[in-house]
Design a protein around this ligand. Structure first.
Ligand SMILES: *[C@@H]1O[C@H](CO)[C@@H](O)[C@H](O)[C@H]1NC(C)=O
Ligand SMILES: *[C@@H]1O[C@H](CO)[C@@H](O)[C@H](O)[C@H]1NC(C)=O
Ligand SMILES: *[C@@H]1O[C@H](CO)[C@@H](O)[C@H](O)[C@H]1NC(C)=O
Ligand SMILES: *[C@@H]1O[C@H](CO)[C@@H](O)[C@H](O)[C@H]1NC(C)=O
Ligand SMILES: *[C@@H]1O[C@H](CO)[C@@H](O)[C@H](O)[C@H]1NC(C)=O
Ligand SMILES: *[C@@H]1O[C@H](CO)[C@@H](O)[C@H](O)[C@H]1NC(C)=O
Ligand SMILES: *[C@@H]1O[C@H](CO)[C@@H](O)[C@H](O)[C@H]1NC(C)=O
Ligand SMILES: *[C@@H]1O[C@H](CO)[C@@H](O)[C@H](O)[C@H]1NC(C)=O
Ligand SMILES: *[C@@H]1O[C@H](CO)[C@@H](O)[C@H](O)[C@H]1NC(C)=O
Ligand SMILES: *[C@@H]1O[C@H](CO)[C@@H](O)[C@H](O)[C@H]1NC(C)=O
Ligand SMILES: *[C@@H]1O[C@H](CO)[C@@H](O)[C@H](O)[C@H]1NC(C)=O
Length: 496
């Protein structure tokens, strides 16, 4: 196991402020007198503010300083409290959210409406969004998902999965949900949507649930969707799940869940989506930070909607259980034209992974990875073709996926155990893989750490560590130096 650290490495620009704070705090608090005085002032002031503002917003205001005015981004803006909501963390505010959404749905012809969520802890059961809506979370605003599953409506299985991901039949819906929408924005001054997933993870482990857990935010069959300047945390299941959507932007979003024992808390799962940008995000969760998908085996093949034109850049991610950026394993509708650039993966099990299996069908192609940094990662680049999880026995084992046209340029880092493990097979060979400008610092200086099987492709210029024999060698000018005669050589060692 790797060393546990709470702060990202200093190389992460996004988090350098946090580090600064960490360095300054201990010195400041070292004097007991200072601490005592601070506590006194805190207690006094919070009582004072509590009285002035009985809805509980006082706490948030006190802890976070004066409330930043919320910008008006739509012709009409509502305050959640106008609909009777109480931000005390106890009152269930589902009806207030529903009334607000209903009011906004009547404004669609006039540019839509904005719902401001003020500081406070706004407990709610799942509710639906509407088109032409902006949900604005103030600094200190937290939307809390109710933990009792009785409040979570069941929905039909996703057509491209044919199955709730964990149980047959219907599945729980998401805390914040939308179907057939246009022009939806979820933004704010870094307010939070908190799924309070702890009870769900526990019940899942104890096998007390009869249905697949719900995502935190799920938007289906929609377009022109924007998520920015917010924090999403502790989702019961996948955190942000855009399903069969077009034109989705996710920018400057923080996604958090415990790195262990928060099962399936993927950060973002673009699923049969087209034209997506994910940028400037920090993601540290209990499963894949991002997993691009497009349906599962025979159901995904029948649904036939690929994920395509996806740009992922300027991210800092962490995954101790799975990988930073994954494609698959459900990719039966196909995945193509994905670019991942300027990515830092730190203290993780795997950095980038493509996973699939016979039965999936579909394809993964035109995938470009550029400027990736691995910092203390066990396995850097992984392609796995025997990820044998199937919805039921109805899959076609002859439906083999096609993998190819994958390039890796500018791969650097340190503390990596196995930099590359591309495990193609006779049925699913990996074609046309390119490595260029790669030099990765290793944990152990062993041979066979650039592991390959059934891979065809090339290395251009010098690559460290020494690449596998399966790949052709080219010089920096792109001239063939040596053609490989052993593309199907198998040198894979999972023990290492
Ligand atoms: C929303 O209403 C609450 C309670 O009335 C109030 O404290 C807050 O200032 C309002 N916020 C906005 C942005 O109007
Ligand atoms: C949300 O909308 C979907 C689709 O219209 C519907 O099936 C579901 O019942 C709605 N959920 C809630 C909580 O209203
Ligand atoms: C990201 O969001 C935070 C919090 O809302 C904000 O302070 C910051 O300026 C945003 N950064 C960018 C680049 O938008
Ligand atoms: C937003 O809030 C989260 C959680 O509190 C924090 O980790 C993150 O650094 C904040 N983001 C910005 C840009 O301030
Ligand atoms: C699951 O089903 C069993 C048997 O029908 C039932 O006793 C239990 O309450 C159900 N659990 C949940 C969380 O719905
Ligand atoms: C994508 O969505 C954004 C936000 O709604 C919108 O401004 C933009 O025009 C959309 N782009 C296209 C090509 O529809
Ligand atoms: C995110 O926050 C930054 C800084 O406050 C702001 O410039 C930007 O417009 C915000 N993004 C959106 C979509 O509100
Ligand atoms: C590939 O995706 C990018 C966005 O990341 C887009 O600009 C480009 O047009 C797409 N290429 C093709 C051939 O569709
Ligand atoms: C490479 O990515 C890192 C972030 O991981 C960024 O700081 C750096 O500027 C990027 N380099 C280039 C040439 O874009
Ligand atoms: C191999 O993949 C690269 C992209 O990585 C692409 O530009 C090239 O056309 C592909 N070659 C063949 C023969 O398909
Ligand atoms: C390697 O295996 C693939 C398919 O599994 C086959 O098409 C190819 O001819 C083999 N190459 C060599 C050099 O044997």
């Amino acid at each position: 196991m790797m060393v546990e650290t709470t702060a990202p490495p200093p190389s992460s620009r996004l988090n350098y402020k946090r580090l600064e704070l960490k360095r300054c705090l201990p010195a400041f608090l070292s004097s007991h007198k200072t601490l005592f005085a601070l506590l006194w002032i805190a207690a006094f002031a919070s009582v004072f503010l509590w009285k002035r503002n009985p809805i509980g917003a006082g706490f948030a205001v006190f802890w976070r300083g004066p409330l930043r005015p919320m910008p008006q981004l739509r012709p009409v803006a509502f305050n959640l409290t106008d609909f009777g909501a109480v931000g005390d963390g106890v009152t269930v505010n589902t009806e207030a959210f529903e009334r607000a959404v209903s009011a906004i749905s009547k404004l669609s012809k006039r540019g839509g409406g904005q719902l401001n969520v003020p500081p406070g802890r706004w407990l709610t059961a799942p509710f639906n969004l509407t088109s032409h809506m902006t949900l604005f979370l103030a600094e200190g605003a937290v939307i809390l998902g109710i933990q009792d599953e009785k409040y979570w409506p069941l929905m039909p299985a996703l057509p491209s999965y044919g199955y709730g991901r964990e149980h047959p039949g219907p599945r729980y819906g998401s805390l914040i949900h939308g179907q057939n929408l246009r022009d939806v924005v979820i933004t704010g001054h870094n307010g939070t949507i908190d799924g309070q997933g702890q009870t769900w993870w526990k019940k899942y482990r104890q096998k007390l649930l009869n249905h697949t857990r719900g995502p935190l935010v799920q938007i289906m069959w929609s377009r022109d969707i924007v998520f920015t300047n917010i924090t999403l945390r502790d989702s019961p299941f996948w955190t942000l799940h855009p399903y069969d959507c077009k034109n989705v932007t996710i920018r400057n979003v923080t996604i958090l869940a415990p790195i262990f024992e928060a099962p399936n808390t993927d950060g973002i799962d673009p699923d049969s989506c087209e034209d997506m940008v994910i940028e400037d995000c920090y993601i540290s969760v209990g499963d894949d930070a991002i997993a691009i998908k497009s349906g599962w085996d025979q159901y995904g093949i029948a649904y036939g909607r690929p994920s395509t034109n996806i740009l992922i850049r300027n991210l800092v991610v962490r995954s101790m259980v799975s990988a930073g950026i994954s494609i698959g394993s459900e990719m039966s509708g196909g995945v193509s034209n994905v670019t991942v650039e300027n990515l830092l993966v730190w203290n993780s099990r795997r950095a980038v992974r493509i996973k699939t299996a016979p039965g999936r069908g579909g394809y993964v192609r035109h995938i470009t990875y550029r400027n990736l940094t691995f910092d203390n990662v066990r396995v850097g680049i992984v392609i796995k073709t025997d990820y044998n999880e199937h919805p039921d026995e109805g899959y076609d084992p002859n439906a083999v996926p096609i993998l190819g046209d994958i390039s890796f340029t500018g791969i650097h880092g340190q503390g990596v155990r196995v930099p590359v493990r591309i495990h193609g097979s006779q049925e699913i060979p990996v074609r046309n893989v390119t490595f260029r400008d790669m030099s990765v610092g290793l944990t152990y200086k062993k041979k066979h750490i650039f592991q390959c099987a059934y891979v065809q492709g090339r290395v251009i210029g010098t690559v460290f560590p020494a690449p596998c024999e399966n790949l052709d060698r080219y010089d920096e000018q792109g001239k063939l130096v040596k053609r490989s005669v052993s593309q199907n050589l198998t040198d894979i060692d999972y023990d290492f």
